[in-house]
Design a protein around this ligand. Structure first.
Ligand code: 7PJ
Length: 275
């Protein structure tokens, strides 16, 4: 299995690490400290050296309760960082956005992958992604960031999400997006209770049956904080356990803040599989 974006190829025969680079002033776990351009590029460079194959750049916080940002603000935050990283580093660049204009401009600026927590449901997003002709990650979310944690409800969380994926894949294919360009993500923490998140983790391998690469993001999330009573900066061990449980069930891309320890975990898994 592999992903193709222009002339770039990403091998998915082993799990790859996606390093998170937030360029928001209010992102909950790095406090916006990477807002400045040079700091952002230095952080991306470090993550590449630590083993990240993809850098995920987000200009709008999607944490529960976060306020939306304007189109101009999102473009101003992300485009300079994308341009500079694509000029200076040999790495895949992912744009974490739900806005069609940001998708189009980010890919023009050098982004190789679109990561959309709204699964291309915002106005114009399907057409923008089809035109960009890069891989797209369709993430499941129940509700909207501001209210999604109020009362999440499912008949069967894994089956309901698989059904959502089938609908979104159909919409993508109808819009002219090639099936080889589609990545699926159940969206840990996005409109899910604690038990929904752990049920998804238990049953992640069920999504493999749909036939698309899986991406998972559990890094430092509340499903660990709430279960363990750990603050955001005390969730590394739990996040590594989560990464391993996902990779072992076939996840292809693991989205994390802590690239180096996650890379070590995945290398241990890979050696165990290959020996
Ligand atoms: C995810 C994401 C995720 C994908 C965020 C955070 C919240 N994109 N963007 N999957 N989470 N694809 O990092 O805690 O789980 S923002």
């Amino acid at each position: 299995m592999q992903l193709v974006s222009g002339t770039k190829i990403l091998d998915l025969s082993r799990p790859q690490v996606m390093g998170i680079l937030n360029v928001t002033p209010d992102s909950f776990s790095d406090g916006g400290q990477f807002h400045a351009l040079d700091t952002a590029v230095a952080q991306a460079d470090l993550m590449v050296k630590q083993g990240a194959a993809i850098i995920d750049i987000g200009g709008e916080s999607t944490r529960p309760g976060a306020q939306p940002v304007s189109l101009d603000e999102e473009l101003n935050r992300t485009l300079p960082v994308i341009e500079k990283i694509s000029q200076n580093l040999d790495v895949w660049i992912s744009i974490d956005t739900s806005k069609a204009t940001v998708m189009a401009e980010a890919v023009k600026a050098g982004a190789n992958l679109i990561n959309d927590v709204c699964a291309l449901q915002q106005e114009g997003a399907l057409a923008a992604a089809a035109k960009a002709n890069v891989p797209v990650c369709l993430m499941h979310m129940q509700g909207a960031p501001r209210s999604m944690q109020l009362a999440p409800s499912y008949q069967d969380v894994a089956k309901d999400i698989a059904q959502f994926f089938q609908q979104r894949v159909a919409a993508c294919l109808a819009a002219g997006i090639a099936s080889e360009q589609i990545i699926l993500d159940p969206g840990f923490g996005f409109g899910k209770t604690l038990d929904h998140n752990y049920q998804l983790l238990q049953r992640l391998s069920e999504f493999k049956a749909l036939g698309f690469p899986l991406l998972t993001g559990l890094s430092r999330k509340s499903m660990f904080g709430d279960w363990l009573g750990r603050s955001v900066d005390q969730r590394l061990a739990a996040s590594l356990a989560g990464a391993l449980l996902c990779a072992q069930q076939g996840a292809s891309i693991i989205r994390v803040h802590d690239v180096e320890p996650t890379s070590d975990v995945l290398k241990v898994l890979q050696k165990t599989i290959e020996v």
